[in-house]
Ligand binder design. Structure first.
Ligand code: OOB
Length: 542
């Protein structure tokens, strides 16, 4: 489909699609085909563990059939978007596959998202349904649903895991399996992931069945997953990393077991690792640091853990080097993005590579270029912006034709906005970025999005959000404000942003009130100077 804003899916050019098929990257099987295959191959093995619930592959497949029938009965079908905002619960797994079966497309929101993000997602995707849990971590998602219903006219159904209040319950047990219309071709969009987005609002990333099936298949292979893999989903499962890199889906691909953790905190995860004999999990760097400390006093047996994957933000070499001595397992660095490209260090790479680089592109068909400001390729070892294209990297964001013209090169490379260098061995080292995003411990914050909200505050004439160094999170946020009249305080701004429905992780950590912004000479704020300013203040202990 194409809206006024652009196509839903920017197809790969025919010659690329042909070669991806010919070379076996795309196999024209949908994610639903894969589930059916897994249910046949691994029927009695345990697929999912969620608290006391343990489902075999056959049970999972039956529940998917039941839920798909029920959703079909509600009128949800091929090409419909469904915004899914669930914690790491078994219902999430059934729901995703039920939607795949119907050819409906989950839009994977994070539990941290609030009205600002959710209403935007429902509106932009024309979602027909929104699925939430009743209450989680002290927050009532049904309130969010009420707001979304007011803001998004296309929204017909709100389905709730737990107490539905005035909405419909999401029941994964019942449902008569009847004839269903079928998923559609594997070249269709299977799901939407969210990008950090350099402009005001997050962009929707269409991932096709073909591209995502390859994503999980190749990831599982590179990461050595097999039927003995017990994967702990500790990060929010809707994120690409635990969802499919190789994550949950990569574990299913090989008949392993996925254990869902209610949170990544050691009191929630360590007992699960001990009880389920977890072999591998994925974390962002701040959580890896926390685990390395917590293991000393936790008194839990983590000896089953073989591999700790770390990615989402730069994992410093000093920290990476400590993983083995603290957690007694191997570390694997993962540099990935919801847009596609995945780089992994190999399990048999020498220490200096595992500790000092962010790995290598996982596919022989991944094309990468490192370019200078003029778009010319730089030499080996030199710093430049990473551009990439390949069989699982998008060619365009959803309904964003104008944005796509500069997010991609004319020949279809995605401009990642990441500054990297490539070592002689072909490994990438991520050194920074050119995009205006702050990476707060793996959570991506678009400076422009927060600034736009702040401009609506009566005491803010102008605002510039920058990252400031932080030992644990890598970066936190500092907002520079030119006041209008009396200067606002940080609590004022935080309360204001909350009232506008912004997720908590986007709230600024620090405020600096100034009477002028440093310029770049072309009328733009020099964020480089602001970052230097705040870095110097922090170094002075101010
Ligand atoms: C993952 O995906 P996103 O979409 O949340 O964020 C992508 C961005 C990258 O462009 C880069 O700026 C940063 O996150 N990033 C890293 C990194 N991994 C991601 N920066 C430095 N070192 C790393 N290892 O974050 C993501 C998706 C799939 C797997 C793993 C991470």
């Amino acid at each position: 489909m194409t809206s006024d804003l652009g196509p839903d899916l920017t197809e790969w050019p025919a010659d690329f699609a042909d070669s991806y098929r010919r070379d076996g990257y795309w196999r024209d099987r949908t994610l639903d085909d894969l589930l059916r295959q897994w249910a046949a191959d691994y029927a009695d093995r345990t697929a999912v563990v969620d608290g006391d619930r343990r489902w075999t592959y056959a049970e999972l497949e039956r529940k998917v059939g039941g839920l798909a029938a029920r959703l079909h009965g509600l009128g949800i079908g091929r090409g419909d978007r469904v915004v899914v905002q669930l914690p790491n619960k078994a219902e999430f797994v059934v729901l995703c596959f039920a939607l795949f079966r119907l050819g409906a497309q989950p839009v994977l929101a994070l539990p941290a998202h609030r009205a600002g993000e959710i209403t935007y997602l429902c509106q932009t995707s024309d979602a027909v349904a929104y699925v939430v849990a009743d209450r989680q971590a002290g927050f009532d998602y049904r309130d969010l649903a009420r707001e979304a219903l007011r803001a998004a006219p296309a929204l017909k159904h709100v389905l709730v895991v737990g107490d539905p209040a005035e909405f419909e319950p999401l029941e994964t047990g019942a449902g008569q399996v009847g004839d269903l219309p079928g998923t559609g071709p594997a070249s269709d969009i299977a799901l939407f992931l969210l990008s950090g987005g350099t402009t005001g609002l997050p962009k929707l990333i269409p991932r096709t069945h073909n591209d995502y099936a390859y994503n999980i298949e190749a990831s599982a292979r590179v990461c050595g997953f097999d039927e003995n893999t017990v994967y702990l989903a500790a990060l929010p499962i809707a994120h690409n990393f635990p969802f499919g890199c190789p994550g949950m889906l990569g574990t299913f691909r090989v008949g392993g077991t996925v254990v869902l953790a209610p949170s990544p905190a050691p009191p929630d995860t360590f007992p699960l690792i001990e009880r389920e004999r977890v072999t591998v999990t994925a974390l962002v760097p701040p959580l890896a640091l926390l685990w390395m400390d917590a293991v000393k006093w936790a008194g839990r047996d983590l000896s089953s853990l073989r591999v700790l994957q770390v990615g989402g933000a730069k994992f410093k070499p000093e920290a990476a080097a400590r993983v083995r001595s603290t957690l007694d397992c191997q570390v694997q660095q993962v540099f990935g993005m919801a847009e596609g490209l995945l780089c992994y260090t190999a399990l048999d790479d020498p220490d200096e590579i595992v500790v000092g680089t962010q790995g290598r592109p996982m596919s022989p068909a991944d094309e990468i270029r490192v370019v200078d400001l003029d778009g010319n390729e730089v030499g080996p070892g030199e710093l430049g912006e990473l551009h990439t294209r390949g069989p699982y990297t998008l060619r365009g964001y959803y309904r964003a034709a104008a944005y796509n013209t500069h997010a991609f090169t004319a020949d279809g490379f995605y401009r990642t906005g990441d500054l990297v260098r490539i070592t002689e061995t072909g490994h990438l080292m991520v050194e920074g970025r050119v995009k205006d995003i702050i990476n707060r411990g793996g959570e991506k914050i678009s400076a422009e999005e927060v600034e736009n909200h702040l401009l609506a505050h009566p005491a803010v004439r102008d605002a510039a959000l920058v990252g400031m160094p932080d030992d644990v999170l890598g970066e936190r946020t500092c907002v520079y404000v030119l006041p209008r009249g009396d200067a606002p305080t940080l609590p004022d701004l935080v309360a204001f942003l909350r009232s506008r429905g912004l997720a908590d992780y986007k709230l600024p950590d620090r405020l600096e009130v100034v009477d002028a912004f440093p310029g770049t000479g072309v009328g733009k704020v020099s964020k480089k100077d602001l970052m230097a300013d705040i870095t110097a203040k922090l170094a002075d202990g101010r």
